[in-house]
Design a protein around this ligand. Structure first.
Ligand SMILES: Nc1ncnc2c1ncn2[C@@H]1O[C@H](COP(=O)(O)OP(=O)(O)OP(=O)(O)O)[C@@H](O)[C@H]1O
Length: 380
């Protein structure tokens, strides 16, 4: 798998710092489709059945099974999993586009399941806007009018909404195309219109449902860059569904990996690749070029006094690939520097160990175990 060096955002280095109030807080969430769905989460025997057994016994499909997680303010939270693992159902439960069967969902501490219709409409229009795979553009309206549409629904005056829409069209790189109709745009451009329309309402959180899966790989890459750029500029909270591991690793501050309706691991890309929670996750990430995801933190050992004073300097967020280049050029270990302080060093042996997926317990000179997360870190 070719995983181009991700254009990581500055916020990444802080991604392990929990934010005080999560944007979304999800606890014990279930969505069961089928007859008598309500009894499944409450029944220990039924809720313990495998998906196939449950279907056979009850005719029900448990699309989301006892899922709990927080989406932190300002992060890109990726929900990843194979087709049918429950990603879309889970994200639709956040705004009750799909009605949860059991559990709680809160946005900024407010109980989503207790919202009445007016409050829900407000939630979907103002607070959590969705960007869909199939754009949902109005074919007879211009780009500008499509982007302004959400604002029109909100009751904003014509002049003001056209001004705001023009601003968003420019923001997503479509300046000059305001008067075109969707049919006169490429797939990637249409997706940009969808993005601009969601951004125009200035939602607290953007929800993306596999928005780029219909795009060809180069345009898809472009759109990923666009999302990274927008996130870097605005720090907006994003929840992003994908079945594509490469996309998840490029975009996600944290990734929830789903299987059969459950989250099998939740963690940073580095945690998921470096410490897979089980064999399923290990198999999933097997072909990932580890050096492009793992950071020098996972290869670092304490520095001797001599090492602390010389050698190339790297930031703690530098990838192992970057460190390999620095060490190869210098012919000496590289220092990991944070705010002028030497946190430790990485040498060629440790870097090779990361690439090979070999966890070295203790490395020479009184070194300690690598600072990577322990087995199962970030699991839920
Ligand atoms: N309305 C429904 N009625 C019955 N079963 C459903 C319904 N919607 C989804 N399911 C089932 O729930 C499970 C999870 O579906 P979901 O669409 O959430 O998965 P997904 O991971 O988003 O898949 P994909 O990547 O293919 O979109 C699947 O087994 C699906 O068949």
């Amino acid at each position: 798998m070719a995983l181009a060096a991700p254009a990581r955002r500055p916020a990444d280095d802080d991604s392990s710092t929990p934010s005080a109030t999560p944007v979304f807080a999800v606890d014990g969430l279930w969505k069961v489709f089928g007859p008598g769905a309500d009894r499944v989460p409450a029944d220990p025997e039924l809720s313990a059945l495998s998906p196939a057994e449950l279907r056979e016994r009850t005719g029900c499909t448990a699309a989301v099974r006892d899922v709990s997680f927080d989406v932190r303010k300002g992060e890109v939270f990726v929900v990843m999993g194979l087709s049918g693992s429950g990603k879309s159902t889970l994200v639709r439960c956040l705004t009750r586009l799909v009605e949860p069967t059991a559990g709680t969902v809160a946005i900024d501490g407010e109980d989503v399941r207790a919202m009445d219709r007016t409050r829900l409409r407000e939630l979907r229009r103002h607070r959590a806007a969705m960007v869909f795979q199939h754009f949902g553009l109005l074919p007879h309206r211009t780009v500008l009018d499509n982007v302004a549409y959400g604002l029109q629904i909100q009751g904003m005056g014509r002049a003001e909404r056209r001004e705001r829409a023009a601003e968003m069209v420019a923001k997503v790189g479509l300046k000059g195309m305001e008067q075109r109709r969707p049919g006169q745009l490429s797939g990637g451009q249409r997706q940009r219109v969808g993005l601009a329309r969601a951004l125009a309402v200035d939602p607290e959180v953007l929800l993306f449902d596999e928005p780029f899966s219909a795009l060809d790989p180069l345009i898809r890459r472009d759109m990923q860059e666009e999302v990274i750029r927008l996130h870097r500029e605005e720090g907006r909270t994003m929840v992003f569904i994908t079945h594509d591991l490469q996309e998840a690793l490029r975009l996600g501050d944290r990734i929830a990996l789903m299987r059969d309706g459950r989250i099998v691991q939740l963690g940073t890309p580095e945690e998921i690749v470096g410490s897979p929670a089980d064999d399923y996750v290990r198999e999933f990430v097997r072909d990932v070029p580890r050096e492009q995801v793992m950071t020098v933190r996972s290869a670092m050992r304490p520095a001797s006094a001599e090492e602390a004073g010389s050698g190339p300097a790297l930031s703690p967020g530098a990838t192992v690939a970057e460190a390999i280049e620095a060490v190869a050029r210098a012919g000496a270990p590289a220092r990991v520097m944070d705010k002028g302080r030497c946190m430790g060093v990485v040498d060629s042996n440790a870097l090779l160990g990361v690439v090979a997926g070999v966890t070295t317990a203790t490395r020479g000179r009184g070194g300690t175990a690598p600072n990577g997360p322990g087995p199962g870190a970030g699991t839920v």
